[in-house]
Every structure is written in structure tokens, then in C-alpha cells.
Design a protein around this ligand. Sequence first.
Ligand SMILES: [Zn+2]
Length: 78
Amino acid sequence: MDWVQITILIISGAILLSLLIALIKGIYLSKRRFICSECNQEFYPKWYQVMFELHHFEYFRIRCPHCGKKKFHRCIDE
Ligand SMILES: [Zn+2]
């Protein structure tokens, strides 16, 4: 193997690993209850909604299924 193949292997490995971590994070978070900061209704997000979303402590930037607002909503399951 030359260095080009090794570099491609490392990069694709890193991409696959980060996708796997994002998927695990998404599945884990989809089991958690969130409360909407806009309409105060509780909801469970879809795993693909939370996979790549930003978060700040227990606040996650996702779309509320009730009012459709994409804001920082709080996770109320700990
Ligand atoms: Zn809402």
C-alpha cells in the first residue's frame, strides 16, 4: 500500500466512525423526552433529527413536531 491508499483508508474510517457515533447519539436521544420552549408540549424527536444537531448541555436544536419551531428545546429526561 502506498501513502495515498493509507490516507484514503484513514479518512473513510474517520467518516464511518463519526457517522456511527452520530447514529448512536441519534438513537439514544430519540428515547428521551423533550419539552418545547415555544409551546411547552412534550415530544420525542426522531433519531435522524438529532443526529447532527447542535446542543448545549441539555438543550438541543431540533424542530418541535407540535408547532414546527426549530429552536433550542430542553431534554427533560435525565
Ligand atoms: Zn412546540
